[in-house]
Design a protein around this ligand. Structure first.
Ligand SMILES: NC(=O)c1ccc[n+]([C@@H]2O[C@H](COP(=O)([O-])OP(=O)(O)OC[C@H]3O[C@@H](n4cnc5c(N)ncnc54)[C@H](OP(=O)(O)O)[C@@H]3O)[C@@H](O)[C@H]2O)c1
Length: 293
């Protein structure tokens, strides 16, 4: 059976890489967003409109990318965080439960639900700010129905004007000479969006049920990452200053210091070996290089 795939939040950072990837491989994809640029425009915080859309589309797979990812806004406006990151997922899950639709939900969650000494396995959740809390509550909503919850983080060249990735931000600093500070005490293990799209393709083929970490091997600090990225690009990196995150007084919300994930559960169930972060940096650097040459 050819799956009827609905991608909610398709116009954001990840969606604009994922949608063309799946279309390239022949999947039938219906795209959704709230404001513009998608097949269907619906505010998923509105339950009636969400149910109407789902009844119209009758998806057998929903890949949910809707979210409020701005950690500072989530901290200042907990209700906005709850609505975007939790209530929207509840609406999707409740439609599946209420209608009994044969529909698998793929919920994109975050490595932000971890902190403390890593590598973290899926049961080692530590919630330190409203973004993490609201995303974790979204996971609980997704677990009400057959679902794959992917805890992840990603980098790579943004394909939308509206959103900038971490590597876009570093690249702009390197090319414009703008001075930026990079954290030498925050560890992570992201994937490139291209690799993540490939992994999500495997997930929709196999629909494993449960919570899975999905990141790279041999994570590093954000400062190490930024300098390694500059090196791969062959660019001078003296616009970047490594600092402790506590020195970044402009950040009001606490940021986890160690989000590195152990991903063997995902590797085992899908039958893949996830890449090293250093190889992902090279992959991402090629995206920027391809753009300028
Ligand atoms: N960015 C990261 O580095 C990162 C890291 C780890 C996990 N994640 C997770 O990955 C997922 C995708 O992130 P992203 O960076 O691609 O997000 P993004 O760029 O902020 O895009 C969010 C998408 O959700 C839509 N949306 C937001 N609120 C909505 C609502 N109430 N109703 C309907 N649509 C709504 C937006 O549409 P409009 O623009 O039309 O409002 C947009 O298409 C999120 O769940 C995020 O938590 C992100």
């Amino acid at each position: 059976m050819i799956p009827n795939i609905l991608i909610t939040g398709a116009t954001g950072l990840l969606g604009t890489t994922l949608v063309p990837h799946l279309k390239k491989y022949g999947y039938s994809v219906v795209t959704h967003a709230r404001t513009s640029g998608a097949d269907l425009l619906v505010d998923l915080t509105n339950r009636d409109s969400t149910f109407e859309m789902l009844t119209h589309v009758q998806p057998n797979i929903i890949i949910n990318l809707v979210g409020l990812t701005n950690v500072e806004v989530c901290q200042q406006q907990p209700n906005a965080a709850y609505l975007a990151n939790t209530w929207t997922v509840e609406n999707l899950a409740h439609w599946i439960m209420k209608t009994g639709a044969a529909c698998h939900l793929v919920q994109i969650s975050t490595d932000h639900v971890y902190d403390g000494i890593g590598l973290h396995t899926e049961d080692q959740v530590t919630l330190t700010n409203n973004y993490a809390f609201s995303k974790y509550a979204g996971e609980l909503a997704a677990l009400l129905v057959p679902s794959t919850i992917l805890r992840t983080n990603f980098v790579g060249r943004s394909k939308t004007q509206n959103r900038e990735s971490l590597t876009d931000w570093v690249y702009t600093s390197l090319t414009s000479g703008k001075h930026v500070q990079v954290f030498k005490d925050v560890f992570f293990s992201p994937l490139s969006m291209t690799t993540l799209a490939e992994m999500i393709q495997l997930v929709i083929e196999r629909t494993p049920v449960g919570i899975f970490n999905l990141g790279s091997h041999n994570g590093m600090t954000k400062a190490e990452f930024a300098f390694a990225f500059a090196k791969c690009l062959g660019m001078r990196s003296d616009t970047m200053t490594p600092i402790q995150s506590s020195q970044a007084t402009f950040l009001k919300a606490y940021r986890p210091k160690n989000m590195r994930m152990a991903c063997s559960k995902f590797e085992k169930i899908i039958g893949v070996r996830l890449p090293l972060l250093k190889d992902e940096i090279e992959r991402v650097a090629r995206e920027y290089h391809d753009e300028v040459t």
